[in-house]
Design a protein around this ligand. Structure first.
Ligand SMILES: [Zn+2]
Length: 424
């Protein structure tokens, strides 16, 4: 009997210790400490020296100078580096790639299966992360909701990738962004676009996208048909019910841009031909410009001759200059779907920095457009985009000072995503 009582006592003790251990587990979680020689403060646009970042359970617990930490903590010494919040690109198409100087969307749509595009998307998602982009806005042209599956695979931990804000299929007036498709193949574009020509169709398209995983609503106006102010307002109101934002592709400017601005969308994508009145109105209403500012090399990759590519580069630089001078809020977005020879997708994207530099935009603002501004546009301003207490530990490091030369961000030596080291 005494033997049985002893056994019960031992079991009770074991149970108590197990429970105690489980209760204290969060307190015992591995703490990571980063010593940052220089750290970018996205709010002020300035570098702060000799900062210590304490990370637990994927989030930043404390940031400051002279913080105490234990010898048992995992120490990452970046005292000779420039440490930045993970970068964000607000306009990408991870599943799409067109051939260099022979852009043919129709061929791509017909010859590439969902599976092939999913594999490409997986590869490019990893490229973004490895090159310091810890958040992207995947903005459609991903066949039959391919990126939704990539996001699921990232969330399951099967593959690595950035946080992805996702548009689903692009909502557009009849025909999407296609042209010259014969009537026998009119549904050809259904793989990439949803036709929506009335408020009811716009609402239905938004609900369909949300059903399949969209976390932002992307519309196109001006390519085939123009949305009026009421159409945009309907979309904005419907998206708001689900706490989502509406962003709209407007290639140039004109009436279609004014309708988007007055309709209250969150951002205009491209807007190469926006005039100063429109840029001012965007500033007044807090509407972002995601300028997708192709450099000469990017335009040339699309098959333009040198003269035309130069003309378009100058259009981009001029619009960037005007937007910055007026004070229109800008969030960094690239839109590159043609990789340049010898360069991966992110390296090809970063050619757009040539234009930001040529427009005289200070590196501090370029970095803010990739962090603070982008996080606000993406609705992540309380979670990501800053190296501050309670934010997710999306942290990168580079070897040179980006405030002296923004090209320093092209050589990322360290990447942490949600507190996990991806590259070191
Ligand atoms: Zn695009």
């Amino acid at each position: 009997m005494r033997h049985i009582n002893l056994k019960i006592k031992m079991y009770k003790q074991a149970l108590f210790f197990c429970a105690f251990f489980l209760m204290t587990l969060p307190l015992c979680a591995q703490t990571t400490v980063i010593k940052a020689g220089h750290m970018f403060d996205a709010r002020s646009g300035k570098m702060l020296d000799n900062q210590i970042i304490i990370i637990q359970e994927g989030k930043i617990r404390e940031v400051g100078t002279n913080l105490k930490f234990s010898n048992a903590d995992k120490l990452i010494d970046l005292s000779n580096s420039w440490v930045l919040p993970g970068l964000m690109d607000c306009h990408v198409h991870i599943t799409t790639n067109l051939s260099y100087r022979s852009r043919n969307w129709n061929e791509t749509y017909v010859t590439e299966s969902n599976s092939l595009r999913a594999i490409r998307g997986t590869l490019i998602a990893q490229q973004f992360l490895d090159n310091g982009f810890t958040t992207i806005k995947e903005i459609g042209n991903d066949a039959n909701y391919v990126s939704a599956e990539i996001i699921k695979a990232i969330n399951k931990g099967w593959i690595q990738g950035p946080t992805i804000i996702y548009a689903g299929k692009i909502i557009a007036p009849y025909g999407g962004q296609s042209s010259n498709i014969n009537p026998e193949h009119e549904h050809f574009w259904d793989w990439e676009f949803i036709d929506a020509d009335t408020p009811e169709e716009i609402i239905k398209a938004i609900r369909k996208n949300i059903y399949y995983g969209a976390t932002v609503i992307k519309m196109v106006t001006g390519d085939n048909g123009i949305y009026d102010v009421e159409d945009i307002k309907v979309a904005v109101a419907e998206a708001r019910k689900y706490d989502l934002k509406v962003t709209v592709h407007v290639k140039m400017g004109g009436e279609e841009a004014t309708n988007v601005i007055l309709g209250g969308a969150a951002a205009i994508e491209h807007g190469f031909g926006l005039d100063n009145t429109q840029l001012q109105l965007m500033k007044d209403k807090g509407i972002y410009l995601v300028g997708t500012d192709f450099s000469f090399d990017n335009w040339y990759a699309y098959g333009m001759d040198s003269t035309r590519a130069k003309t378009w580069e100058n259009i981009d630089i001029d619009r960037l200059k005007r937007a910055y001078a007026i004070g229109t809020k800008m969030a960094f977005g690239t839109d590159i779907v043609i990789d340049l020879p010898g360069l991966n997708r992110v390296q090809s994207n970063l050619k757009v920095l040539n234009n930001w530099k040529a427009a005289g935009i200070p590196p501090s603002y370029i970095l803010q457009s990739m962090t603070m501004n982008a996080s606000e546009l993406l609705g992540l301003e309380k979670e990501r985009g800053f190296l501050e207490k309670s934010y997710y530990a999306d942290i990168i490091a580079i070897k040179n000072n980006p405030l002296e030369n923004i090209d320093a961000i092209k050589e990322v030596t360290f990447v942490m995503k949600d507190g996990k080291i991806i590259k070191q």
